[in-house]
Each structure stands twice: as structure tokens, then as C-alpha cells.
Design a protein around this ligand. Structure first.
Ligand SMILES: C[S@@+](CC[C@H](N)C(=O)[O-])C[C@H]1O[C@@H](n2cnc3c(N)ncnc32)[C@H](O)[C@@H]1O
Length: 168
């Protein structure tokens, strides 16, 4: 952000003082300037790249070497493409029983982010409605869930939390 690393660096590292917290950032200059403090405070990794770039997301997955996250939060650029690519692709990095939080769903209604009026095709909100359908696949023919292994979803104003099924 304009004042340096975003407020979430302080919030999450204060709130979860023993957790390992990694960050993804697009702004390479800002990221490199603050890399040391981000990695020290977070005890995790800082990945610099575009959350809508599948090659970049694959590099994160590869770098984790089979490790998964209890929590992934998308509070990035908030365009439809960025949100949809990130969720579809990083869902595999959520641990069994873990959660994926999608913030700022209000952009689904903003043309500047690829959103539009209610029912606008291809928005993140529409994808969430499909996920809700996917939670009821057993009652439908030819149902393919949007997220494999989705156990539950909890939505609030502007944000939804997707919960992955725990290990058997
Ligand atoms: C609303 S800020 C939130 C920052 C941080 N999550 C926080 O709460 O402090 C959005 C951040 O997403 C980054 N961003 C924008 N487009 C991005 C992209 N395509 N890939 C990754 N990050 C992006 C911005 O540079 C900015 O730092």
C-alpha cells in the first residue's frame, strides 16, 4: 500500500504469532523493498507475481513441495479474472479441513473489475452461486462441483469462506 506493506501484514502476524504466513504481491518494487520485514514477521515466503497468471501460481505450488495451507485469503487485485483464477488454482493448496477466504466480492457488481448487475455472467458472485449448487450435487443429474471437496461455504457481506472436507 502507499505506506508500505499492507495492514494485513501487521494484523495476521500479531493475531497468529506462531503461525507461518506467506504473502503474494504483484508490486515488485514494494515487495522487494519490504521483503526482509515481510519474511521475518510472517516467517513464511513472499511470492512476487500476478495472481491471474497460472504459471506463477504453479510456481508457488511447486515451491511449497507438497505442503498445504490451513488458510488462504484472497485480498489482491479483486478483478473477476484474478479472483476466479486464484480460487480455482490455489484450492488444491488448501489443507483438508482448511479454508479459502474470498474478500471484496463487491467487485462482482463493478464493471471496472469485470463485474456487472445481478446475474452478470462470469462474476465471482455467480461462481459462488454455482458452488452452492455444487454442494447439492447428490440431488442433481450430471452435476460437476466447481470446487472438488467443498464441504461448506459461509458468506457474509462482501466475503465468503470456503471450507474443505477434512481428511477421512
Ligand atoms: C487491497 S490491497 C491488500 C493488500 C494486503 N492483502 C493487505 O490487506 O494489506 C491489494 C493488493 O493486491 C495487489 N495486487 C493487485 N493486483 C494483483 C495481482 N494481479 N496479483 C497479485 N497481487 C495483486 C496490490 O498490489 C495490493 O498490494
Amino acid at each position: 500500500m502507499g505506506y508500505g506493506p499492507g495492514a494485513s501484514l501487521k494484523l495476521w502476524t500479531d493475531f497468529l504469532p506462531t503461525s507461518e504466513i506467506s504473502f503474494v504481491e504483484y508490486d515488485a518494487d514494494c515487495a522487494e523493498k519490504h521483503r526482509k520485514s515481510i519474511e521475518e514477521k510472517g516467517r513464511g515466503k513472499l511470492y512476487v507475481g500476478d495472481q491471474s497468471n497460472v504459471t506463477f501460481l504453479n510456481r508457488i505450488i511447486e515451491d511449497q513441495g507438497g505442503r498445504v495451507f490451513d488458510v488462504i485469503i484472497d485480498d489482491g487485485g479483486h478483478t473477476m479474472e484474478q479472483q476466479k483464477t486464484t480460487m480455482s488454482h490455489l484450492w488444491q493448496l488448501v489443507a483438508p479441513g482448511g479454508i479459502f477466504v474470498m474478500e471484496d466480492l463487491l467487485t462482482s457488481y463493478m464493471p471496472g473489475y469485470g463485474g456487472g448487475p445481478k446475474g452478470h455472467p462470469g462474476t465471482m458472485i455467480e461462481m459462488h452461486k454455482q458452488m452452492l449448487d455444487g454442494l447439492h450435487c447428490q440431488f442433481q443429474d450430471n452435476c460437476v462441483p466447481v470446487l472438488e471437496g467443498l464441504l461448506d461455504m459461509d458468506c457474509f457481506s462482501e466475503a465468503c469462506v470456503m471450507v474443505k472436507q477434512p481428511a477421512a
